[in-house]
Design a protein around this ligand. Structure first.
Ligand code: GLU
Length: 297
């Protein structure tokens, strides 16, 4: 199968220095595999509440200013909800997904009863209250029935990884009470539908991989290879993110775009050389990336 990679930004804010590292790395990873390999862009606007109007187009313009142009027109998740519904229907009819009627308060009370005020990254670990039925409550969300045991995978940069999703995350949400599709379901359905073979994204997303592998298995979909890129830290040592107001990349002039790309290349451990144009810089980094990640030319 031809290699296919992707960059999947959420339009919750413009591209910042950290997101450009992931975009450049996924672009290089594809280009280093030769002319048959494809690089795609998907605008992850499924979580409509967090998205800002016009931001998807702004991100595509920022990418284009950096000459990171996808090999097919970008996909927008809001246009793909029927695919997500079909996947959820399949999971539900196979007994792999179930409706949940718990509010946050119900979950807190159940956890307190179990003596587990247990949270992970500020999120409650669902205690499984509705696994065997709604007990007369109306459905508020759909959850995946997570099997017990470790999920193991190998990241191309981070090496062997392992997470017991049932113990560390619990039965996670596929569709929320208030309507939007959860990132985990949308990303797995889209990656498979777009034939993505090689996922390259920021290390802040590594922790989602085990959940996504469980969903791939539950839906009978292939598991792509994963590479999580180093995070760019702000001056105060915090991770750069749209949530903590990371500055938008300035790509208004070719010089500014080249400077942004060079900073991203440094973060990836690539030499910045003396390239004069963006095009030359990108072409020059392809063989260096191939050396770093031992891809066949
Ligand atoms: N849309 C996600 C984000 O911007 C990335 C999804 C992914 O690469 O898997 O954080």
């Amino acid at each position: 199968m031809n290699s296919t990679g992707r960059f999947a930004p959420s339009p919750t804010g413009p591209l910042h220095a950290g997101s450009l590292v992931a975009a450049l790395a996924s672009w290089l990873d594809v280009r280093a595999r030769g002319p048959q390999a494809k690089w795609l862009v998907r605008v992850e606007d499924a979580d409509t509440e967090r998205c800002l109007p016009g931001m998807g187009d702004t991100i595509l313009e920022q990418l284009a200013a950096c000459h990171l142009v996808p090999d097919a027109p970008p996909l927008w998740q809001t246009q793909r909800v029927s695919l997500y519904q079909r996947a959820l229907d399949r999971l539900a009819s196979a007994g792999r997904a179930y409706p949940c009627g718990c509010s946050r308060k119900d979950i807190d009370q159940a956890l307190a009863r179990l003596g587990q005020a247990h949270q992970r990254h500020g999120e409650r670990i669902y205690p499984g209250t509705c696994r065997n039925g709604l007990h007369g409550k109306p459905a508020r969300a759909w959850r995946l029935r997570v099997p017990d045991g470790d999920v193991r995978w190998t990241d191309r940069r981070l090496g062997a990884q392992n997470q017991d999703v049932s113990a560390e995350v619990g039965d996670f949400i596929l569709k929320r009470a208030d309507g939007p599709w959860a990132y985990q379901l949308a990303v797995v359905v889209d990656d498979a539908d777009q034939g993505i073979t090689d996922i390259v994204r920021g290390e802040d997303l590594a922790d989602n991989t085990a959940r996504q592998i469980l969903l791939q298995r539950a839906l009978g979909l292939p598991t792509p290879s994963y590479l999580h890129t180093p995070l760019v830290l702000a001056a105060d040592g915090q991770k750069l993110s749209k949530q903590n107001g990371a500055e938008a990349l300035d790509t208004r002039t070719p010089g500014a775009a080249l400077a942004a790309l060079k900073a991203a290349a440094v973060a990836l451990g690539l030499p910045t050389g003396t390239a004069l144009t963006i095009h030359e810089a990108l072409a020059g980094w392809v063989p260096a990336w191939r050396d770093l990640y031992n891809l066949a030319p």
